[in-house]
Structure formats: C-alpha cells, structure tokens
Ligand binder design. Structure first.
Ligand code: MLT
Ligand code: MN
Ligand code: ZN
Length: 317
C-alpha cells in the first residue's frame, strides 16, 4: 500500500493568508528552510499505484492534484482526453478543510463519496455541497459509512471503495467536535468524526489515520496496537497556544483537537505503541513543530516521530 500526503497543514495551511505568526513569516521567506509551506490536510491511498482513494478533499485540492503525477492518468495508454486516477473519496468529517475540495472537482463528476450519515447531513444542509454539486453531471454519488450497526466482531462494518482493489477501510468513531456550522457543534455524536484503519488486503499492512481527535478511546488504542503506521492529529503543540499567542479565542479542545505535548497529548499516546511509522499531520500554522530548528521538533525527532510534509510518500509492504 502507498500513502501520499497531499496536504499536512490544518485549516488555513502554512502560511495562512492573513497570518503573520513566526511560522507563517518564515514560510513566506524562501531563503530559509526553517518552515516549509503546507497545504490543507488530505491523503491519497492505493494498493497498486494506479487507482487512488482520496481521503478528505481539501480546499487546496486543485494544487495538490496538479503537483502529484501519481494522480494523473497515463494518456499514452488510455487515449482519453480527460480523467483522473482518483476513483473515490472518503471523508472523515464535514469540516471545511476536509470537504471544500469536493467543489473543486466539479469538472470530473460523477464520483463516489463515502461518509457517515451525520457528515452527509452536514454537507446537505449546513454546508450544502452535495445538493449544489448535483448541477454538475448529477454530482456526487454518496455511499454510506455505517457506524451504527456492528459486524460480528463487534466493530462497525468495514467497507471498500469501488474500483480500488485490495484496500479495506475500517471506520472508528472518535471523540472530537463537529464544525462550527453543524447542529452538533459542542454536542458531538458518533459519526461527526471518524478515524480510518486502512488495510492492504494482500500484505496485511495497515495504517490508522485520524486528523481530528481530541482524546483517545479503547477502539483507537485497539487500532494502534494492530497497525504498522499511525498518521495522527497534531493541530496544536499545546491546547491554549492560539489564545496565548493572541491569534484566536479557541482552544484545541474547543475545535475537537488533541495537543502534541502533555500527558494526554498525541506523543504520550504514540509512545505506548510499537509502530514502524509515527507521523503527525493536520498541523496548525502556530505549532512550533513546523520549525525544524525548534526544540519541539528535536523532541519529536528523538522519539522517531515524523512531522508530515506535503508530497511525502509512505510505502507499507
Ligand atoms: C476550522 O477549520 O476553522 C475549524 O473548524 C475551527 C473550529 O472547529 O472551531
Ligand atoms: Mn481542520
Ligand atoms: Zn501563522
């Protein structure tokens, strides 16, 4: 299985258009490599390197596809004038940074989108991307991720994405928050946010991806105990970082995000598991781990924890 990091930043990306924090200023300065640019969070996965599932559709999707040749069809073979290697889309939530890209793909519809009922509801009513997009070739074909009925093993049903062979997805409901425009804001229910255990059915190799999680739970820990690679939420270094820096009145918890540091942080969680790859993603522009000269970055390096970058390829075989 191959995993492409299309975007590793949180909402706003790095640099964020109106932000002049230390990181955003450094990212605008091309003469140093302290902080590199990052687009908003998204992955693509494939078992054969030809057919890809897009995991979350970021507002930066156009740029992400244009800089990722793996997602372009081989026209010498197909003779088609238009097309894509993206065969379906899986959403973990209904946040702007994970769904706005659906509007960017209007020229290539119809396309399948896999999401929970709650996410479908948010993206039909509060942020009505599904109904709007129906005006382009019928729009998206929504496929349900069922987290309400359980399979024989007591977990939610796994699913596959049509035309993606050899990859199975296991949805895991997470503690997080719903987006500000959702009726579930501050009263989240299962289905607002899921993590995905993604398994290569031939090699058995697996990754757990959770870009929006505020706190671990038994199912998350069961997944982390089984997989080879974790790609986890690292929005803020500390919960009140945006308030302390004068950037926003929101804590990480308010937005449904875990911190990197601290006893209940993502590093403490990762340190309990023996994994081939420990990767942090969905990193806010205020987070000091973006600065490769920072003590926080060195702290992660010493623990073999990798700060995701756009364009990173993870091969599990
Ligand atoms: C964002 O991306 O702006 C977040 O949704 C903010 C939030 O959850 O408060
Ligand atoms: Mn986000
Ligand atoms: Zn900034």
């Amino acid at each position: 299985m191959q995993i492409l990091v299309l975007g590793s930043g949180a909402g706003g990306g790095v640099p964020q258009w109106n932000c002049h924090c230390q990181n955003c200023r450094a990212a605008r300065c091309s003469s140093n490599n302290k902080v590199i640019e990052r687009t908003q969070s998204s992955l693509a996965v494939s078992a054969d390197g030809k057919s890809w599932a897009l995991i979350n559709a970021s507002p930066d999707l156009r740029q992400q596809i244009n800089q990722t040749p793996q997602l372009w069809p081989d026209f010498s073979q197909t003779g088609l004038t238009r097309g894509t290697n993206i065969k379906g889309i899986v959403l973990t939530d209904s946040q702007i940074d994970h769904s706005l890209g659906l509007m960017i793909m209007r020229e290539g519809l119809p396309m399948d989108v896999y999401c929970t009922d709650i996410v479908y509801q948010d993206l039909s009513v509060s942020l009505p991307i599904f109904p709007v997009m129906q005006h382009w070739h019928g729009g998206y074909r929504r496929q349900a991720i069922d987290i309400d009925t359980l399979a024989d093993d007591g977990n939610p049903h796994s699913f596959t994405v049509d035309n993606i062979n050899g990859i199975r997805f296991y949805p895991i409901p997470l503690y997080s928050n719903a987006p500000p425009y959702s009726p579930y804001r501050d009263k989240p229910v299962p289905g607002n946010n899921i993590g995905l255990k993604i398994v290569d059915e031939v090699s058995g190799k697996a990754v757990f991806y959770a870009p929006g999680i505020v706190e671990s739970n038994g199912d998350v820990e069961a997944a982390l105990a089984e997989v080879d690679c974790a790609i986890l939420d690292a929005t803020l270094w500390r919960d009140d970082e945006m308030i302390q820096g004068g950037f926003s009145q929101k804590t990480g918890k308010d937005m449904g995000h875990i911190s990197v540091d601290g006893d209940t942080g993502v590093v403490s969680l990762l340190e309990r598991f023996d994994l081939e790859h420990k990767i942090l993603i969905h990193i806010n522009n205020t987070n000091p781990i973006l600065d490769e000269t920072s003590a926080e970055y060195q702290f992660l390096q010493a623990r073999d924890i990798v700060v995701a970058k756009d364009g990173m390829v993870i091969e599990l075989q």
